[in-house]
Design a protein around this ligand. Structure first.
Ligand code: OFO
Length: 172
């Protein structure tokens, strides 16, 4: 059985993962309209992954005798100045999610909830991967600069990064 405090914190994380899914869906749509097919595919996959992160938490809360809640989600930004700006937003968002997971892990220690602490290790590892990959993508973008041919190659490249992440069962 999870405590009230842990349940509240897990439900907050469920909302954050749901919002992450919506944020990446909005990015997918924007990228698709810009003709960035690879980037759009990457963001669609990322959106699906975030929904999976949300569901994993959702099921855990109910399994432990809590009540998983569906909350109202904040609307994501729909427009981005450039694809570089979009990936910077993504990176900042992942840092925010990592921070939120860290706080959650800390709370499980304070509440001596070692089962939830153990469950959350998957999210800790996932955030390390996601941050590393977002950083790698931003490095690539810096290399491209304003080069249009570079953007075309980047779009193809990111399609492969996305396919590899899907195959490895990881995200971003
Ligand atoms: Fe849920 O992993 Fe990113 O945000």
């Amino acid at each position: 059985m999870i405590s009230e405090a842990i349940q509240t914190a897990l439900n907050k994380q469920i909302r954050i993962e749901g919002e992450s899914s919506q944020i990446y869906l909005a990015m997918a749509s924007w990228a698709e309209l810009q003709g960035l097919e690879g980037v759009a595919e990457f963001m669609y996959n990322q959106s699906d992954e975030e929904r999976m992160h949300m569901l994993k938490l959702f099921k855990y809360v109910n399994e432990r005798g809590g009540h998983a809640q569906v909350s109202q989600l904040n609307a994501p930004s729909l427009e981005f100045g450039s694809f570089k700006e979009m990936f910077e937003t993504l990176f900042k968002h992942e840092l925010f999610v990592s921070e939120s997971i860290n706080e959650l892990v800390h709370l499980t220690f304070e509440n001596k909830d070692y089962a939830t602490h153990n469950f959350l290790q998957w999210y800790v590892a996932e955030q390390i991967e996601e941050e590393a990959q977002a950083r790698m993508i931003l490095d690539k973008i810096k290399l491209i600069g304003d080069n249009t041919a570079g953007l075309y190659l980047f779009d193809n490249d990111i399609k492969q990064i996305s396919a590899a992440a899907q195959a490895a069962g990881s995200t971003l």
